[in-house]
Design a binder for this molecule. Structure first.
Ligand code: SAM
Length: 255
């Protein structure tokens, strides 16, 4: 039997995962999933009030150290989802563009942005097949959070990151820490189910394809893509796994 090429695997995975994210988002918008639904005006005001000078795992101090002042700088959020971090970056003054391949996630991001009076450019695209307009070396910062498990070919992805960045531009890769998993089991793990679960209460027939990349895989791919790593910041965990970090941020520059 012919072995599947990596681009065939990643293409199929992207389509399965897009359907899964659309389904999850739909159920979340319908109020079936017990986590934050789409913003109402009041929730948006609360989000703004709760937003600090940090973004996700990163404190304001860490952002200042890794990237400096973000005001007026162009930032691309790869896998922006419903815009949680994208909107926090906008709040800090960055000119933000979000890209995601799930139309429902992007619709949620648009809705949330509108509630906050922000008008980001949102692009529907696969991270392994980005439109040329995003690959012109025009972004000062490329940010991504909680996305690596959805992408099989990190080297191809990070080559796109490099092409999107200006010379000297900064890549911030934010993720749950991989030591939280069975460390050397990298996948891909294909899971098909129509059992109702917390994320899929309606029991849609869903297939997900995920990877658990090691830090070595990610660091090597970032380096091979032509980015120079300047920092690796490990963030404390919540104690749910004793003595285990919660997440990490890898910071690299296009040189
Ligand atoms: C866990 S969410 C993270 C969203 C956001 N960055 C955050 O941290 O809240 C993962 C996002 O990646 C998107 N995604 C997964 N695979 C993708 C792909 N191949 N191309 C573009 N987006 C993808 C999903 O649609 C989803 O919105």
């Amino acid at each position: 039997m012919r072995e599947e090429r990596m681009d065939e695997v990643t293409h199929r995975a992207a389509e399965d995962n897009r359907r899964a994210w659309d389904s999850f988002r739909q159920q979340r918008d319908e109020g079936l999933v017990d986590i934050r639904p789409r913003f109402t005006r009041e929730m948006a005001e609360q989000f703004w009030a709760d937003t600090t000078d940090g973004v996700s795992y990163l404190t304001g101090e860490q952002i200042a150290e890794l990237v400096g002042d973000v005001r007026g700088r162009r930032l691309l959020d790869m896998g922006c989802g419903d815009g949680d971090e994208l909107l926090q970056w906008a709040r800090l003054g960055a000119e933000v563009v979000g890209v995601d391949n799930s139309p429902r996630q992007l619709a949620a991001a648009r809705h949330n942005a509108e509630q906050l009076g922000i008008n980001p450019q949102l692009v529907r695209a696969d991270l392994l097949d980005l439109p040329e307009e995003l690959l012109q070396g025009e972004f000062d910062i490329v940010f991504t959070s909680a996305v690596t498990c959805w992408i099989g070919d990190c080297l191809a992805w990070f080559r796109g990151v490099r092409a999107a960045l200006t010379n000297g531009g900064v890549f911030l890769l934010n993720d749950p820490h991989p030591v939280r998993h069975d460390y050397f089991a990298e996948g891909p793990f294909v899971h098909r189910s129509s059992e109702p679960t917390g994320w899929n209460p309606a029991g849609h027939d869903i297939t997900t394809v995920i990877w658990q990349h090691t830090l070595a895989t990610l660091v090597t791919a970032v380096g091979q893509a032509g980015l120079r790593i300047t920092h690796l910041v490990e963030h404390p965990g919540d104690g749910s796994i004793p003595a285990c970090p919660g997440g990490f941020t890898l910071c690299a520059r296009r040189v």
